[in-house]
Design a protein around this ligand. Sequence first.
Ligand SMILES: [Zn+2]
Length: 251
Amino acid sequence: MRDAALDLLTGSTCVGCSRPGRMLCPSCRAVLPTTAVRSWPSPVPAGLVPPWATGEYADTLRALVVGHKDRGQWSLARVLAGLLAVSVRAAAGPPDGTPLVLVPVPSRPGSSRRRGYDPTGALVRGAVRVLVRESYDALGAALLVSRGGVVDQAGLTATERAANLAGSMCCPAPGLRRLAARRTRARVVLCDDVLTTGATAREAQRALSAVGLEPAAVAVVAATRRRLPEVGTVSPSHSGPPSLGPAPGRG
Ligand SMILES: [Zn+2]
């Protein structure tokens, strides 16, 4: 009754199963991943630090990310932030007193301002709240900014993405100074909602390294399955296992 009433009021349906009611119904919420695994893209961008994801970018995880980022379903931020926290926790290990700094990978210039909402920033803030409750000395620091000139990544190959992104991010000094004032040492984890080719994360890593901050890991909600060769048909010899390895959560 309650969900039916909600649907009448708001017209909302579950992003996972389309059942009328909440944007994520209890059944779909119950099967969300509770662990994260190392999820290397293929090919791996040279030097990329280990990327952690709660599962494959498909099904409910994909619907959550798309709903939040592209459809303005901002109330999904909370559940996505919880998933991001799962990945950060897996990347960082148990709390050991080392400050944990979550750095959001910046959106393309204009994209978040146009929407008036920063999806990755919102997830990082939520994940920090979760981790602080779990006794981590965690904080979010939006250290990176995107420069102009980057085209939409959709449809580009891994090589084209890397070329498109080279030098596209930087870490301005005021953000670094603010961070240094708050924490003199830290374990830095780059955060994003989705890892595709790893090119964006690698560029963010480069920009932090350029100012002397070496990220320990990348944490994302979901990672795309390893890509098969980019051109030509798929032969049986290419049908290897997905890059996420065994049991990428239950999602
Ligand atoms: Zn559902």
